[in-house]
Design a protein. Sequence first.
Length: 228
Amino acid sequence: MRKMTRTENLFSKPYMTIASDFISQFTYPWEVLSHIKDYIIELGKTLSPDKFDNPAENVWIAKSAKVFPSAYIGSPCIIDENAEVRHCAFIRGSAIVGKNSVVGNSTELKNVILFDNVQVPHYNYVGDSVLGYRSHMGAGSITSNVKSDKTLVFVKPSCNDIIGEDIETGLKKFGAVLGDCVEVGCNSVLNPGTVIGKNTNIYPTSCVRGFVTEDSIYKDKEHIIKKI
């Protein structure tokens, strides 16, 4: 399981994000979470003023991005080219919104990296998470980023055919990592430490915990089938 949850196996190279060089440094993608804030501040200073506005301290918004007036953009934050941040979106800070991505109405982001072409378009909460290229969270789906007992988060095998020990993250706050092209169905909950491999579909109203292999269809924890 450890090999399958590595950064290089969850996202296809070249990594489709403005944070590609940053993410490439880490063996496991959740290791970036403790460093997102500082990285945004340093990266923002290098962005071209011809392409990016700097409307507030440590906030950079691409001139080609569309940000609705009612959206809240906290610091630090980078919104990349052609992204769309819709009405009443709440970006609390420490967030990178990738090229062509959509942050929808009443969606909340906190300490996240959204790769290019990511969609979190309707009533989503995404905290302490990394969402790979062209991943999509259906309406009402959320990442739960803190365990109820407030202990440290582990990444666990999620079904019987995955052999391997729990992976200790050392993090108290860790929501989910979605590999490239993951589809999460409406009203699903991704519990702390959820890691979903590339090209996997999660059924609506699912409650997901642990690692789900790539190219799978997750119906429930007892029924995870490989795509044909």
